[in-house]
Design a protein around this ligand. Structure first.
Ligand code: 6PG
Length: 237
């Protein structure tokens, strides 16, 4: 089984489609209670976040978490929180009680444990893992998602999140949801643009391989939105 894939011509169209999809999920799920969303870091989702900030009328039921975070101060230019604040949190006008930054002020292992404690606020699955309504992910050219890099321990951990101290993508220290938590989510949205991701995106559609972490995402509830450049090596649909 392969995930559902939507292919659009440009990154701008990808951002518009992703923002609309996420806003629809928020609207639908808000009727049932809190909506817990894990946000992707990196640069790809920025345009999606900027559009999303204007598509949701009532943020009061939404709780924003982070799929991964660089272990830097929240006001660092490398911080995913800082990027999301600029692109989504500030423009949306949502209150601080809706946003859950990853602790990054202490030791990375202790901060990961503290984040795991905070994630206990979410509903849990039978394995005790937090169940997000939506996990939004980008993907690296090596097929990493969140801060789960090829063959990393977070791919096999049964914990909700892990400390990373050897990220090949700087900075080296990060905190990431584990693959188990990504796959416990109700929905996963993978947003991929640019030709540099084409090889990894094609590989992510084949057999699950710890060398391509995106290939290990659950297929049934994963939606991929990609542009023509990133989709160039996908089998023609
Ligand atoms: C991070 C991200 C990371 C990112 C990919 C793609 O903190 O760096 O979580 O997983 O999503 O590396 O990054 P770009 O979107 O910048 O290409």
């Amino acid at each position: 089984m392969t995930p559902s894939v939507q292919i659009l011509e440009s990154p701008e169209q990808v951002a518009a489609r992703a923002a609309t999809l996420i806003a629809g999920w928020i609207d639908m799920d808000s009727a049932d209670g809190p909506v817990h969303i894990a946000l992707a870091g990196g640069t790809t989702p920025a345009a999606t976040y900027r559009q999303l900030s204007g598509l949701v009328d009532d943020w009061s039921h939404v709780h924003l978490w982070f799929g991964d975070e660089r272990h830097v101060p929240l006001d660092s230019t490398e911080s995913n929180y800082r990027a999301v604040y600029d692109d989504l949190i500030a423009p949306s006008g949502m209150g601080p009680s809706n946003v859950h930054p990853v602790p990054t002020a202490g030791d990375v292992t202790a901060d990961a444990r503290a984040y795991a404690d905070e994630l206990q606020a979410l509903p849990a699955d039978g394995a005790g893992l937090p169940v997000f309504n939506v996990v939004i992910l980008g993907m690296g050219a090596d097929g990493h998602v969140a801060s789960l890099f090829p063959h990393s321990h977070g791919l096999s951990s049964r914990d909700s999140c892990v400390a990373v101290d050897d990220s090949p993508k700087p900075p080296s220290e990060r905190i990431s949801l584990s693959l188990a938590t990504l796959n416990a989510a109700d929905r996963r949205l993978l947003i991929v643009t640019g030709s540099a991701k084409a090889t990894a995106l094609a590989a992510s559609m084949s057999q699950p391989d710890p060398g391509i972490p995106a290939s290990m995402l659950g297929r049934d509830a994963t939606e991929v939105i990609a542009d023509f450049a990133a989709s160039a090596l996908l089998p023609h649909r």
